[in-house]
Design a protein around this ligand. Structure first.
Ligand SMILES: Cc1cc2nc3c(=O)[nH]c(=O)nc-3n(C[C@H](O)[C@H](O)[C@H](O)COP(=O)(O)OP(=O)(O)OC[C@H]3O[C@@H](n4cnc5c(N)ncnc54)[C@H](O)[C@@H]3O)c2cc1C
Length: 418
C-alpha cells in the first residue's frame, strides 16, 4: 500500500520543467510520463492525498477504459469527439493496458468490453501511478492549493500556491471539473483558466440521476429494464439506448446517465426538459399491433395489464395501462384508440425532468474550458504559451464505461510534453 511519507509537506516551491496542478488521473499520468522523460516535475494537490476519485471510480473497481474502436471512442464524446484524436493517437486503450501491466497491475475485461484491474481494486491503479512517480523522481506536494497562475508576456512562468511559488515554463492544469467536490474537484481549474483569459462553457452536472415531478415515478423505484431508448423530442440530442432504472425521485441507469448532461443543460436553461422513453426498442410498431391482435383473438377475456406483464415488469405494465386508461380493460375491449394510447406510452412515454442529483452526485461535469482556445495536438493554450490543460477540466464529456478515465490518462500524457 502506498505511503505518503515521501511527499513534500507544505514546502516552499522551487523551479521545475513541468508543474502539474491537480493529482487526479490526468495529473498523475502527466507526472509519470514527464518523470520518465527526465523532466523535473512537481504535482501540487489540494487534498491531503492525491487520486481520491480513482479510488471511488467504478464503485472502487475502477473501470479504467474499454475496448471500443477509435471511431466509437470519438462518438462517445459527442460533437467534439474528434478533439481527442491526437491524445488517443499518443496513448490509446491498448497502450493503457500495456502501461498498467508493465507497472504490475494487469487489467482484464470480464464482459469483453469494460476494462478493470484484474485484482478488482482501483487502489492498485493509484498505487502503481504513485510508485512510478516516486521511481521517476516526481515530487508530489499534498495539502497544496494552486491559487494563481504566474503569467508574463502571454507566457506562463509557474503557479502560486498555498505552499509557495513553483516556477515552471510548462504548467498543466488537471484540476477536474465540479463533480464530487469532496474528492477535490470544485471548479478551481475554471477560475485559473479564466484568469489566463480562457472562456468557460457553463458547467452542468453529467452522468447523474434525473429528477421527474410525475408522482407515479416513485412507485416504480427499483424497477429496472435491460434495454430502453431515450430521446429528447424536438432537439438534436443524440438518442441513447441501454439499461434503465426508476429511482425514488426520477430515473437513472447507464442510458439515463449518458443523456443526463445534455438534459441537465436544457433544465438549467429552461427549468424543464422532456425525456421520451421507448420501453420496447427491439419491437416495431407493426409487431406490437400484431401482438394486440393476437391478444384479442386468443386471450380476449384476459386483462391487458396481465398480458403486457409478459413483456415488461409488472408494476411498469400497470402504470402504462393506467396512463393509457386501459387498466381494467380486457383484451377483447381494446379498440383502436386504446391500442394507440398504449402503443404510444410503451414506445414513447414522455417524462418531465425538472432537476438532477446535482454536482454532489454527478460522476462528471459537462462544460468547462472551451476547446476553441486550445491546440488539440498539444492541449496548449492558444492564449498563454506553456499553459496546458488535461482531463475533465476541459469542455469534453464521454459516456459512462471507461471513456472518461481513458481521456484523463491520454490527455495528461499528451499535455506534459514530448
Ligand atoms: C464516483 C465516480 C465514479 C467514477 N467512475 C468512473 C469509472 O469507473 N470510469 C471512468 O472512466 N470514469 C469514472 N468517473 C469519472 C472519472 O473518474 C473522471 O472523469 C476522472 O477521474 C477525471 O480525472 P481528472 O484528473 O481530470 O480530475 P480529478 O480526478 O477530479 O482530479 C483533479 C484533482 O485536482 C485536485 N485539485 C483541484 N483543484 C486544485 C487546486 N486549486 N490546487 C491543487 N489541486 C487541485 C483535486 O483535489 C483532484 O485530486 C467517475 C467519477 C466519479 C465521481
Amino acid at each position: 500500500m502506498y505511503s505518503g511519507a515521501w511527499m513534500m509537506r507544505a514546502s516552499c516551491g522551487g523551479i521545475f520543467d513541468v508543474a502539474i496542478v491537480g493529482g487526479g488521473a490526468a495529473g498523475l499520468a502527466a507526472a509519470v510520463f514527464a518523470g520518465r522523460r527526465g523532466a523535473r516535475s512537481v504535482v501540487v494537490e489540494k487534498l491531503s492525498s492525491p487520486g481520491r476519485k480513482l479510488l471511488a471510480a467504478g464503485g472502487g473497481h475502477c473501470n479504467v477504459t474499454n475496448r471500443a474502436a477509435r471511431d466509437k471512442f470519438y462518438a462517445a464524446f459527442g460533437r467534439s469527439g474528434r478533439f481527442i484524436a491526437p491524445a488517443l493517437e499518443r496513448f490509446d486503450n491498448g497502450s493503457l493496458e500495456v502501461f498498467f501491466s508493465g507497472l504490475g497491475v494487469p487489467l482484464h475485461s470480464p464482459d469483453g468490453f469494460h476494462v478493470f484491474p484484474r485484482s478488482g481494486k482501483g487502489a492498485d491503479i493509484l498505487d502503481a501511478l504513485l510508485s512510478e512517480c516516486r521511481r521517476t523522481g516526481v515530487e508530489i506536494v499534498d495539502n497544496c492549493r494552486a491559487e494563481e497562475l504566474l503569467i508574463s508576456d502571454n507566457a506562463v512562468l509557474g503557479v502560486r500556491t498555498s505552499a509557495g511559488e513553483f516556477r515552471s515554463k510548462r504548467v498543466v492544469i488537471s484540476t477536474g471539473g465540479m463533480s464530487y467536490p469532496e474528492l477535490g474537484s470544485d471548479g478551481d481549474g475554471y477560475r485559473l483558466a479564466k484568469s489566463a483569459g480562457h472562456s468557460i462553457v457553463t458547467p452542468v452536472p453529467a452522468l447523474v440521476e434525473l429528477h421527474c415531478p410525475e408522482k407515479w415515478v416513485a412507485g416504480l423505484a427499483g424497477v429496472s429494464l435491460k434495454d430502453v431508448e431515450l430521446s429528447v423530442p424536438g432537439s438534436r440530442i443524440k438518442p441513447r439506448r441501454g439499461e434503465f432504472l426508476f429511482t425514488h425521485r426520477g430515473v437513472s441507469g447507464p442510458a439515463v446517465l449518458d443523456i443526463s448532461g445534455d438534459v441537465a443543460g436544457m433544465v438549467s436553461e429552461n427549468g424543464l426538459a422532456r425525456l421520451s422513453i421507448n420501453f420496447m426498442p427491439g419491437v416495431s410498431r407493426m409487431d406490437l399491433l400484431a401482438k394486440f391482435a393476437e391478444w384479442r383473438r386468443s386471450s380476449g377475456g384476459v386483462r391487458i395489464v396481465n398480458l403486457l406483464s409478459a413483456l415488461l415488469p409488472k408494476s411498469l405494465a400497470g402504470v402504462l395501462c393506467e396512463l393509457s386508461s386501459v387498466d381494467f380493460a380486457r383484451a377483447s375491449q381494446m379498440d383502436s384508440d386504446s391500442q394507440n394510447r398504449l402503443l404510444e406510452n410503451a414506445t414513447g412515454l414522455t417524462l418531465n425532468v425538472n432537476g438532477t442529483g446535482g454536482f454532489a452526485k454527478a460522476m462528471l461535469t459537462k462544460g468547462g474550458v472551451s476547446l476553441k482556445e486550445l491546440d488539440p495536438r498539444t492541449l496548449e493554450s492558444r492564449i498563454v504559451g506553456g499553459l496546458h490543460f488535461a482531463g475533465e477540466v476541459l469542455d469534453l464529456q464521454g459516456d459512462c464505461g471507461g471513456y472518461n478515465l481513458q481521456w484523463a490518462f491520454s490527455s495528461g500524457i499528451l499535455a506534459q510534453g514530448a
